[in-house]
Design a protein around this ligand. Structure first.
Ligand code: TXA
Ligand code: MG
Length: 315
């Protein structure tokens, strides 16, 4: 069921979960002050209770509702990148609901860059919003994806196709050095330039699995098996395999239904990835082969693309 922003805000205030558009992916929004509504988010998504949620704000002034951290710690970042695809991990206030933080002493905060999201949060107040997919499925970048996972159980606000297409960069500011727990469109370099300090890309470090619980779980997986292409598994016309190329190679007849080229446009590839996963499933492809990403090109979104594809290929 599609609802407008006014109705969405009303439903959220009455304790319902509503899917709302953001610039990254659709989020399953619930009133961040209503423990029953937030608990229902975990039930709907079949999400493990030890995986904390991001609180979405409509203004930087709302940070202090959730954290007493010194504003000097985040002011430059929020001034530069909010609203935008950057989630900040800060020490939490005691008043933050335990169910949101999964009992951690920190809280995740972000201000999404989508007019409809900002309008809804402006009316309803801060909301928790994990990606609006059933846990383990690819994140939704279109209203149809949310409906595919939840049917009539979740009303959806239509904000079109998400501009970024993969989830926000998660930056932990609770240590002496800022650590990226989840790479996103906003790169370590851009963050580092903003604050004039080095930023650790902490994703791969095993100790991070405890700090960012979500990174432990199966993620972003279509039903089809996702594999990196090798020399011996490059394109061949096939009924059962779908191929994703970031280059213009190989040249084909143009009539082939089972491949897509991104011609080096990595933002476009990130925007399309989850939709391609879902489309490949609908067309009953059993394999998705992806051309290995270049290690020589330093496009800012490459680490995030590599991360998401690796996670879906890791099964
Ligand atoms: O782009 C996004 O961030 C989207 C849109 C809807 O805003 N939301 C999103 O939420 O991706 P979710 O729940 O799918 O992912 C949240 C991630 C998880 O990996 C979770 O473990 C981590 O953020 N996280 C949340 N709170 C945390 C905390 N206090 N400390 C460390 N990691 C945290
Ligand atoms: Mg998610």
């Amino acid at each position: 069921m599609i609802v407008d922003t006014m109705e969405a805000a009303r439903l959220i205030k009455s304790g319902r979960n509503v899917a709302i558009p953001t610039e990254t992916v659709y989020g399953l929004a619930a009133d961040a002050t209503n423990a029953i509504a937030v608990r229902n988010t975990f039930r709907l998504k079949k999400r493990p209770a030890d995986n904390p949620l991001i609180v979405h704000l409509s203004g930087t002034d709302q940070i202090k509702l959730f954290s007493d951290a010194d504003p000097a710690l985040y002011r430059k970042l929020t001034a530069t990148f909010w609203p935008g695809p950057l989630t900040l991990i800060l020490q939490r206030k005691n008043s933050v609901l335990d169910i949101i933080t999964a009992g951690l002493d920190t809280v995740a905060l972000r201000m999404p860059d989508h007019p409809k999201a900002l309008e809804i949060i402006g009316r309803a107040g801060p909301v928790t919003a994990p990606s609006a997919n059933v846990s383990g499925r690819p994140s939704p970048t279109k209203p149809a994806h949310v409906i595919e996972d939840f049917g009539d159980e979740v009303p959806v606000v239509d904000g079109g196709e998400c501009r970024v297409g993969i989830e926000s960069t998660v930056l932990d500011l609770t240590h002496s050095e800022p650590v990226i727990l989840r790479p996103g469109q906003l790169s370590a370099d851009e963050i580092s330039r903003c604050i004039g300090r080095p930023v650790t890309a902490g994703m791969k470090h095993p100790s991070q699995s405890l700090k960012s619980p979500g990174t432990r779980y199966t993620h972003y997986t279509p039903k089809a098996v996702v594999r990196w292409m090798t020399d011996s598994t490059r394109y061949k016309p096939s009924e059962s395999a779908f191929y994703i190329f970031h280059t213009a190679e190989p040249e084909t007849s143009g009539k082939d239904q089972n491949l897509v080229h991104f011609h080096g446009e990595f933002h476009k590839m990130a925007r399309a990835l989850y939709d391609l996963y879902r489309t490949a499933d609908q067309h009953k492809f059993s394999e998705i082969w992806i051309e290995p990403l270049p290690s020589t090109t330093s496009h800012p979104i490459l680490p995030a693309l590599q991360d998401r594809i690796e996670r879906s290929a890791a099964q």
